[in-house]
Write a protein that binds this ligand. Structure first.
Ligand SMILES: Cc1ncc(COP(=O)(O)O)c(C=O)c1O
Length: 460
């Protein structure tokens, strides 16, 4: 690894400060301090402009770089593909597009068609548009409502924010699109019903049916859920929840759209998060881990039944999905995704994710014994959260500034962790961990070791 402290990156820092509008961050502090520039990455580690090494426990800050940094095989495959054929609109096919779709469908029994686009938000928008088009063509426009869940997030556009269950993320961006209806969350730690375990899970799902009945089942077209809620607090569903959700969707002829933008392609130790819960979705969206950030790619995958609804009547000139994503025709995405999938298979990373996830959960449980500030730990595979509370008895959420102090202390120690941020009002209090699927026992122990020290320093 180069020693970046030998290079002068001050010009880069100044150019960034002068011209780059960063994502998700306030800029006033950059008037007195430097913005952080991530210069290089290898495996689980990244180096900043000062040459400081960090273990990245959040896979590129937003659970994306599943196979780790510096994968030459992905870069080589992308380069070879680009010089041969970089782009043609998705009205035609491409070699990597066809090959990746075939490989992906092998991992998703029951699913059949892959629609390419370039961000998680966009994939979810496509699914919403399909629901609306089906409603117009098949149900006289009535079955157009889309249910989404409190605390879930499906993207940053006005359409996907209309299905946004995190009120701080939505604040000041309204008015939103009509026809989106909220259902309650299923976080047992913050239980809305005095029940536990499977009873709680079934009750939380029944709450969805109550919304459906209140709205009128003939007005509801789809239910959109994250398999494990990410930015809303790393919420693993309670037992019994998904089975009941599936029953309810079938009973009321409602399409089940699962947003796998975070969980998809290995994060929870299965190819897809929903595969932990034995559910059969009608539509699945995915983005971040599909090519681990080596190229922009997102997919909306549907069953053949959904696809058929858009092709069975050739006499109707509107009867196809009248949609395009310009960059959905880029070949870099699917070729990178093919290599990404090959790496996961070759290195047996699903098994590693399960094993390292268990180790990390065990370590977090030990930290919970030691630090009263940890109210709850939860997660699946290498997708974990620790909710911090001011009082274990009342579960009063910890002040978010203190949670951010834990993140900052870990960063000082050279370990990048996350925390729910501008998400659910009053509940920006869950530390988030999503290391790359290549993590070793030493990496896991180094991450939780840093968190231990940070908690001790911030809370005593
Ligand atoms: C569950 C979920 N869905 C959708 C998105 C939006 O994806 P993108 O930022 O690629 O548009 C995100 C992004 O964090 C997400 O966490």
């Amino acid at each position: 690894m180069d020693d970046f402290s030998m290079n002068d990156l001050s010009g880069v820092v100044e150019a960034d400060r002068a011209h780059v509008w960063h994502h998700l961050i306030q800029h006033k502090p950059f008037e007195t301090g430097d913005p952080r520039i991530i210069v290089e990455g290898k495996g689980m580690r990244v180096w900043d402009q000062k040459g400081k090494e960090h273990i990245d426990a959040v896979s590129g800050a937003v659970w994306t770089v599943n196979v780790g940094y510096g994968r030459v095989e992905i870069a080589d495959a992308v380069r070879d593909q680009l010089v041969r054929m970089n782009y043609f609109a998705g009205v035609s096919g491409s070699v990597p597009g066809a090959r990746f779709a075939e490989r992906l469908i092998e991992k998703m029994p029951g699913m059949r068609r892959v629609y390419y686009c370039n961000s998680g938000s966009e994939a979810n928008e496509k699914a919403f548009k399909m629901v609306r088009q089906i409603a117009h063509k098949r149900h006289g426009g009535r079955k157009h409502k889309i249910l989404y869940r409190e605390r879930d997030y499906h993207g940053t556009t006005i359409g996907t924010l209309s299905a946004g269950g995190q009120d701080e993320r939505n604040a000041q961006y309204g008015p939103f699109a009509p026809g989106f209806v909220r259902v309650p969350h299923c976080l047992e730690y913050r239980a809305q019903w005095d029940l536990a375990g499977e009873e709680y899970g079934r009750r939380a799902a029944d709450a969805i049916e109550e919304v459906i009945l209140a709205e009128g089942p003939d007005t509801v077209g789809a239910l959109c859920l994250e398999p494990v809620t990410a930015g809303g607090g790393v919420i693993t569903p309670p037992p019994g929840y998904w089975e009941r959700v599936q029953e309810i969707c079938r009973k009321h002829d409602i399409l089940l759209h699962i947003d796998e933008v975070v969980c998809g392609v290995g994060r929870t130790g299965t190819w897809f998060g929903y595969q932990n819960y034995d559910v059969k979705p009608d539509m699945v969206t995915m983005a971040k881990g599909v090519a681990s950030g080596y190229a922009a790619i997102a997919c909306l995958v549907t069953t053949e039944e959904v696809f058929e609804l858009f092709k069975d009547d050739q006499t109707d000139p509107l009867n196809y999905f009248r949609d395009i994503s310009t960059f959905g025709g880029c070949t870099a995405g699917p070729i990178a995704a093919l290599e990404n999938m090959a790496i996961i298979e070759r290195e047996d990373l699903l098994a590693n994710t399960v094993a390292m996830g268990e180790r990390m959960m065990g370590n977090l449980e030990v930290l919970k014994e030691k630090h009263a500030v940890i109210g709850d730990v939860r997660g699946k595979g290498l997708f974990l959260g620790a909710e911090l509370v001011a009082d274990r008895g009342t579960k009063e959420p910890m002040d978010e500034k203190k949670c951010q102090a834990v993140v900052a202390d870990s960063m000082e120690q050279g370990v990048i962790i996350g925390c729910t941020n501008r998400s659910v009002p009053g509940f920006n209090n869950t530390l988030c961990f999503s290391p790359a699927l290549i993590a070793t026992p030493d990496d896991i122990d180094a991450i939780t070791g840093a968190v231990d020290q940070a908690l001790t320093r911030v809370f005593g």
